[in-house]
Write a protein that binds this ligand. Structure first.
Ligand code: A2P
Length: 281
């Protein structure tokens, strides 16, 4: 005889779509309602959820997102793509066929429930940078998400005269989220005043023909990025940078920031650039 308790079967619901979850909301989580979903490509989508009145975050931070489809749900880090003043929360996500979370998350529809842990954190925040003339936001793929938040935050423009959002993707279709966002900001009667003449959007594509081709690291190294924008090479006096993309992109772009004389900062030690991984896989 053994006194070990039999293991409870691992319960999992694969598709939620309107069905109430049989699982309790885990401690320390909000259960929030999906309000909008937009698919861009086979591998990218955006969704919005309700925002609890008590939830505070700084533009650029990330939260942990899960689904109420198991007793112990899988959580993944997601940068909040909406600004801190928005009454809803927006996220920009990859879809992975066998991704533990995104396999299910990509099927959400308005009315479904998403879980979010209550604390936001992250280094891509204005507080982690010293004041400067110009802020470079270097992003690849879904790494644009924290910048989608920061370019909508008035504080970014109070701190920097010029904001340059670079977004490099494999295909042209993957640029659409950023292009539509920047376009809508320029046309917005309120935010437009803040961004016009201050925000520039610089895109490139690496695996298809496009007006501008090449990795951001190559465009920095060749100087094409600066020449195209009519700006001097980056330097520690005037320039600040935030980097968000894959591990390889972070490593190489960080190296270039260092070689241009910028120092890495953190929340408790603001400096000239900061780095964060675009988490979801
Ligand atoms: P490439 O097509 O040459 O690999 P991913 O989806 O793999 O994260 O890639 C998103 C974009 O980032 C692609 O355009 C990709 O270019 C580019 N990229 C990948 N690795 C690096 C790197 N080490 N430095 C800069 N850009 C990179």
């Amino acid at each position: 005889m053994t006194d070990a308790l039999p293991l409870a079967p691992v319960a999992e619901v694969t598709i939620l779509q309107g069905a109430p979850s049989p699982f309790a909301v885990p401690a320390g989580c909000f259960a929030l309602t999906v309000t909008e979903v937009e698919h861009y490509t086979d591998s990218l989508f955006r969704f919005r959820i309700t925002r609890p009145a008590t939830f505070r975050f700084r533009s650029g931070e990330f939260v942990m997102i899960g689904l109420p489809n198991a007793e112990k749900p899988v959580f993944r880090a997601y940068s909040v793509a909406s600004p801190s003043w928005d009454e809803e929360l927006e996220f920009f996500s990859i879809k992975v066929a066998d991704g533990p979370l995104t396999e299910h998350l990509q099927k959400i529809r308005p009315g479904d429930t998403v879980l979010m842990r209550k604390k936001a954190t992250g280094t891509l925040v204005n507080d982690a940078l010293l004041p400067g003339k110009r802020l470079w936001m270097f992003s690849t793929g879904t790494g644009i998400a924290p910048f989608a938040s920061l370019i909508r935050d008035p504080e970014t423009y109070e701190k920097f005269d010029e904001v340059i959002l670079t977004h490099s993707c494999r295909t042209v279709a993957e640029l659409r989220y950023g292009e539509e966002l920047v376009q809508s900001l320029m046309e917005d009667p309120l935010v437009g005043e803040l961004v016009n003449g201050h925000l520039r959007h610089y895109t490139s594509v690496t695996r298809e023909p496009f007006a501008r081709q090449g990795r951001i690291t190559d465009l920095i190294t060749s100087g094409k990025l600066f020449d195209d924008l009519g700006l001097p090479r980056m330097g520690p006096e005037e320039d600040r940078a935030m980097i968000c993309g894959s591990m390889a992109m972070l490593r190489d772009t960080k190296e270039l920031c260092l070689s241009h004389g910028l120092e890495e900062g953190a929340n408790n030690k603001p400096a000239q650039f900061v780095v964060e991984r675009a988490f979801v896989d």
